[in-house]
Design a protein around this ligand. Sequence first.
Ligand code: NAD
Length: 558
Amino acid sequence: MPDKKHDGSKEAKLADYPKGFDMLQNPLLNKGTAFTQKERDLLCLQGLLPPRVLTMEDQIARILESIRRKPTNLGKYITLNALHDRNRALFYRVLRDHLEEMMPIVYTPTVGQACQEFSHIFRKARGVYIGPEHKGRMAEVLRNWPHKDIRVIVVTDGERILGLGDLGVDGMGIPIGKLSLYIACAGIHPSQCLPVTIDAGTNNEKLLEDPMYLGTKAHRIRDERYDEIIEEFVAAVGEVFDHTLIQFEDFGNRNAFRLLEKYRNRVCCFNDDIQGTAAVAVAGLLSSLRMTGAKLKDQKVLFLGAGEAGTGIGDLIVSAMVSEGMDEKEAREHCWFVDSRGLVVKSRTDLACHKTPYAQECQYVEDFASAVELFKPTAIIGVSGQARTFTRPILEAMAAYNERPVVFALSNPTAKAECTAEEAYAWTGGRAIFASGSPFAPVTFEGKTFVPGQGNNVYIFPGIGLGVVACEARHVTDEMFLASAKMLAQMASDGDYAVGRLYPPLTEILKISTAIAVEVAEICYRRGLAQKSRPGDLRGHIESLVYKPEYLDFESVE
Ligand code: NAD
């Protein structure tokens, strides 16, 4: 905000604000057609805008019309991005107030397509790109960012974007999209969010050959230089900004687990693919138990895919079972995994270390259908990135073993889902308790309409971020994710269950994020992890931090 001394006149009070065309180019201040006539006089805008003054509501109606008129989701994405670049308040208002409609555009599934096309649809740079060429001066690079009070960074190296693989710097769409959701769903202030992409090369040959590709045309750095880049980046964040949460996002699993282990007790960070996914999936599982009255201790969960999402979910299920009194070893026997080479069993010699705690003492089978037959799970969770792998015989078997089989097809984007909502309901005689990673439209089966729940990480990470920001947490712990999962599960209502939905509707996201933030901050205070002293009214304090996408009234600027 301007702090220049002034003589008390309105003009002097506005002295530090940009004027005329510069004001219209400043997305943090621009109100476009909503500038009043008086503001147009004060800010030298007369003649630079069409004559009619619109309200924000009029503007929202107009932007919705232009988005809805676009025939493709990518077209809608580009229109929304253009709005972001010219009018931040309006963008977040549209996103916040029309979240269910806009979420599939700013995030999965459209963001996947936007990343695949990133270098081709690129219009305006957003966020920070860091590569080996910045060695020794990463702090200087971060200082180039115009905002200084950064509280949340989402960083990717683009190696495993959604279920789409290595997209190199084209993965920047993901940190951008995730931060939009931090802002719209938890009210973190836009100027406190920074998207970062580490350009460590790409092994995607198509990109390396693409003349439009905007990243460095080199294969991925696989030696110690990679760790040096990350190390310097993490240190530079600590040097340049205070109290910043780093969310690691869409790293390949050769790095994701390692980096999380290396930094989780050093700085304030988490990995959303591992821990955020785990919380939303465990919330779904706990919610399914509330729906049916079944017990957690009786659940047998079979995963297709033993990567970041799968073993992250497994670990949190184990924590949940242990928190209910089960021994850890026994809890791990309730979680079986099938990866690309078959059932994860003790006799295998090819297991990466994140899988070994789940290697079962049992016969090896090669495929998922055989594992279903052997284990007779109560729940199957698809996190393999392999489309249509929950086949009809598998779903029929689940329906034969269980009154209410739990089926989570979490792979993203929609085209990668292990089964569709329709298949899940149809092949289990309408008895499946289904959730997906990307949204599916409601399904009517034998006269009953089901509204499939989306196990979207957005239910969790914005609330975690808000809680961390509110108390300036030193670290993010697994306890916070389990508490978030329990809180989210509790917030689903009988009305949600009546239509088969495990999660509350996204329209309640701000309430959910606030409730999770309170849980997170309470844990921080209990565990001595908060750097800020506890306010008397914690919930009130958290609510007061929430950014409201509203226009500044320049007529009453003091
Ligand atoms: P990852 O690369 O870490 O793991 C993928 C796993 O799938 C690996 O264990 C691999 O061995 C296994 N796999 C590959 N092909 C297989 C096959 N044919 N049969 C059996 N297993 C196979 O990836 P990840 O981070 O775990 O993500 C996996 C998927 O989950 C992605 O599609 C991602 O979009 C999705 N995901 C969804 C959510 C969500 O819905 N909330 C969150 C995170 C990830």
